[in-house]
Structure formats: structure tokens, C-alpha cells
Design a protein around this ligand. Structure first.
Ligand code: CO
Ligand code: CO
Length: 477
């Protein structure tokens, strides 16, 4: 999910409830498992992901004819891969049906990608956490947190990788977005072994298209079909005990969008490299903008600069709180000198646009989320009370969408069985919104409108004491 800058909320805001439980993870790719024990030595030595990233620049139409270096299923989507061997090598079935927890019986999941912390150009007055803490203290903290925390978030990240590899094999022009989301989410539930709030889907599957940057997923009855010329951002999440992996990529089938995708991918990698304990929000945005805006794209004979969507942000993530209070800007000049703190989780996401680089809320709303500090307000209507108790039980403060309320399980088979459907919920939902108990998140659309294109890449990382772990890193992006 994305975070929209809403002036007063973003700039000076007080960090909200995230302080309670510092979270640390380690990112692992597929090489993962064995690296575990070398954690202390290696961190920081890993090359930045961007460097190793291989760009798939082939024509979509030729992709079938090209020799397949490995893999059983090659996705037709550009910049995707879709190699389902990624998960069959772990004993997963094709299509995937096994809970990922059962594939790693010893409870050790693949590591994310380990990187060194970024370095701030604004020295901390007190020397900073990095300088104050000894290497021994850092290692001891990681030793203690690994079983409780790191393995859980690595587990959630591994589910994300397997689900998206599968999704990349079936996302093709002509697919109905509602079907695509259902298939992706059902696989997510299966691989996560959905257990209500304990573990499951992290938030609705965003599949925002073209000038829509974020927060679109079909509502019931929406029969939108993916077109060959579309640029779609697939943004979905997994969660275990409220620890959310928020990770997104961009699908396009026409090679003319490659420069846009490449720019945004590079900008996100820049943001990931820049992040680190003691680093200021503002300086991350500066670096992202510099990378993004060094690119341009030619569409139909006209050259467009690629702009950052300046009012969209990455964000800190807390337990059951997708936006935990700190925003990571994707442009410079914001003046936010708050620093990243040891133990925090961040979603680093950037959006690049061939349009204005500024988004507004527009269109029918699908995404909703209970206010983290929801006020206690007496509700008059029985339907609103009923819906609120369903939301409390099924989603708590995790984001949800209207499509899930229309499912027979109401969003969780584990909790509701087949008796979860919330029929005709819109009026009750709107009532909860008007009371400030639930917030709505309508689609965010570039003001240039139809004819412009927005791309997004996003990863979730953890600021461990000794390194930064890009939890959601895969061999696809
Ligand atoms: Co996000
Ligand atoms: Co996201």
C-alpha cells in the first residue's frame, strides 16, 4: 500500500504506536537458508540488489520462443520472470497448494537480502545509535530476536515470494482483475495457512492501472479486464501476528514502458540502499528523486520526463499497522529530519509517472481500514454495529476491501466459516466512515489523467542492529 502525504499528518507527525515493539528481520533471497549462521560476518557485504538485477528486455511476443534457461512456466508479462521453479525447489507443488510453514519444518525460513545500513549526511548530535552501541550488543540483540521475530517475518516474506511467482505465471492480457485478485488472494490464504488475525493476507490486492497509482482493487461487479497496453501495479501483503510484508511490482506487456519500469525500479533500489539506522527521512527522498528524474520515456513520439509522485510515500510498519507514523518521502526538500531507528520496519516504495507526478483521490472506493486509535462512539444502527464487530473480529486494524465483505467467509474462513458474508454492507460501512471509526482509501490517480502511466516497486525491510535486511527480496525483483 502507499502512503499519501496529507500535509499535517506527514511532516511533523508524532510517531505513533510503533515504539512498542521494535521489529527486526533479515531479508533473504533463495540462497538464504545457509547464510543464516554467518549473519554477523556477512552483513553489509552483499552487493546492493540493484547491481545484480537482471533486466529482461525481450519482446513480449518472442518470449515463448526464447530458450528457457530454467523453469517450467514462463510468464508472459514483461519484467516478470514467472519461474515457478522458484518454489518447486522448496518442495512446493505447481500450482502451489502447500502451506509454506510446512516446507520449512525446522522453522528457519530463507533470509532476505542483507545490506549495510545507509549513512546519514547529518551527523547525530549524540553520535547516533550506531556509534553508541557496541558490536557485541548488536549481535546479542539479534540472537534474542531471531526466533521470535526474524523467522516470522521471513516466513511472511517467503509466502509473498511464492504467491507472486505464481501470480506472475497467470497474469496475462485478457484476465479479469477480479479473478486475478481472487486467485492471488486464495493462494495467499492457502500458503499462509490463514488463521484470522494470527496469520493471513496483509491487505487487499492492489491492481491499479495506468494513471491510477494505488489503492484500486475491483469491487463486486467490476468486470475490468487487463489489457495488453496496460501498466498495472500489483501490491499485496502477507502478515503473521500483525507483522506485515508490503511489497509490489509493475506488470506491463508492451516494451515501450520499459524505461518507466526501469526508472522506478532503480529509484526504489536507491531508496533501499539509502535507508539505515540514524538516516533522516528527507535525505532518502532526495536520493530517490535524483535517480527517478534522471530517466525519461518516449511514448508515441513524444518524450516525457519521469516524475516522482511527490505526494506518495514509503512508510514505517508496526504490528497490525501498515502506516505506523513515519513517511519515507520520494522527493527531496521535505525537511523531515526524523531518523530511522533500530528495529523499525519500513516499506520503501517509489512511484514514477509520465504525467504530473501528483495524485488525488478519485473514483469508487474499495480499500478501507479501521482507524488505529478508533474513537468509541455510540452507534445507533444495528447494521453498523454488526459490521463493526465483524471488522473487529476479522480484520482488526488491517486493511480490507469490499470484495472480502462479499465473500461467504467475510474475509476469513478460519474465523467465520461460510457464515461471514456481509450483505448490503455499503450503508453500514459509510456510517462507520462518517463516525471516524473506519477510514476510506479511494484510488489515488495522477492529475494528468488518462494517457499517463504510473509504475511502482516496493519492498519491506527491517533495520536490524547489525545490518538492513530486505525481507521481501526475491529473484524476480
Ligand atoms: Co506500502
Ligand atoms: Co504496498
Amino acid at each position: 500500500m502507499a502512503s499519501l502525504v496529507s500535509s499535517d499528518l506527514e511532516g511533523s507527525g508524532a510517531p505513533s504506536g510503533e515504539s512498542a515493539a521494535p521489529i527486526v528481520h533479515e531479508v533473504s533471497g533463495d540462497k538464504a537458508d545457509k547464510e543464516e549462521d554467518g549473519e554477523d560476518g556477512e552483513e553489509g557485504d552483499t552487493a546492493p540488489a540493484g547491481a545484480a538485477k537482471k533486466k529482461k528486455k525481450k519482446k513480449n511476443n518472442n518470449s515463448k520462443k526464447k530458450k528457457k534457461p530454467f523453469g517450467t512456466v514462463v510468464a508472459e508479462g514483461r519484467m516478470l520472470g514467472g519461474f515457478t521453479d522458484y518454489y518447486t525447489k522448496y518442495g512446493q507443488t505447481e500450482p502451489p497448494t502447500k502451506a509454506v510453514g510446512d516446507l520449512f519444518k525446522n522453522g528457519e525460513f530463507p533470509l532476505g537480502e542483507v545490506q549495510k545500513h545507509g549513512v546519514t549526511k547529518y551527523p547525530c548530535p549524540d553520535g547516533g545509535w550506531q556509534a553508541r552501541t557496541t558490536e557485541e550488543e548488536k549481535k546479542e540483540k539479534e540472537r534474542l530476536e531471531r526466533p521470535q521475530l526474524y523467522e516470522k517475518v521471513r516466513h511472511a516474506a517467503e509466502v509473498h515470494r511464492q504467491v507472486r511467482r505464481y501470480a506472475q505465471s497467470f497474469i496475462k492480457p485478457g484476465i479479469e482483475l477480479a479473478d486475478m485478485c481472487e486467485r492471488l488472494e486464495n493462494t495467499n490464504r492457502l500458503l499462509m495457512a490463514e488463521k484470522g488475525l494470527e496469520q493471513g493476507v496483509g491487505f487487499p490486492t492492489g491492481c491499479s492501472i495506468n494513471e491510477v497509482a494505488a489503492h484500486y482493487t475491483p469491487n463486486n461487479g467490476d468486470r475490468t479486464v487487463l489489457q495488453h497496453g496496460d501498466v498495472m501495479k500489483v501490491d499485496f501483503g502477507t502478515q503473521i501476528e500483525g507483522r506485515i510484508i508490503d511489497c509490489a511490482w509493475t506488470v506491463s506487456f508492451d516494451e515501450k514502458y520499459d524505461p518507466l519500469l526501469a526508472a522506478v525500479k532503480a529509484a526504489t533500489e536507491t531508496g533501499i540502499r539509502a535507508a539505515g539506522i540514524d538516516v533522516c527521512m528527507e535525505e532518502i527522498g532526495e536520493q530517490i528523486q535524483e535517480t527517478m528524474e534522471s530517466h525519461e520515456i518516449e511514448l508515441n513520439g513524444k518524450t516525457y520526463p519521469i516524475k516522482c509522485c511527490r505526494n506518495l510515500n514509503g512508510h514505517s510498519i508496526g504490528p497490525y499497522q501498515i502506516h505506523a507514523g513515519k513517511s519515507v518521502p520520494i522527493v527531496g526538500g521535505g525537511g523531515d529530519r526524523r531518523r530511522m531507528v533500530e528495529g523499525e520496519f519500513y516499506a520503501i516504495e517509489t512511484f514514477g509517472s509520465s504525467g504530473d507526478g501528483y495524485v488525488v483521490e478519485k473514483g469508487e472506493c474499495s480499500h478501507y481500514m479501521k482507524e488505529f486509535n478508533a474513537p468509541h462512539r455510540p452507534l445507533k444502527s444495528a447494521k453498523a454495529k454488526h459490521l463493526l464487530s465483524h471488522i473487529n473480529k476479522t480484520f482488526s486494524t488491517l486493511a480490507f476491501c469490499r470484495r472480502w465483505l462479499d465473500r461467504e467467509d467475510g474475509g476469513s474462513m478460519f474465523l467465520n466459516g461460510t457464515k461471514g458474508r456481509q450483505d448490503n454492507h455499503l450503508a453500514a460501512l459509510n456510517e462507520l466512515v462518517s463516525h471516524g471509526i473506519v477510514n476510506e482509501y479511494p484510488p489515488l490517480v495522477d492529475t494528468a489523467g488518462v494517457g499517463c502511466y504510473v509504475a511502482q516497486y516496493e519492498h519491506t525491510l527491517l533495520l536490524r542492529p547489525t545490518c538492513k535486511e530486505v525481507l521481501s527480496r526475491g529473484d524476480d525483483y
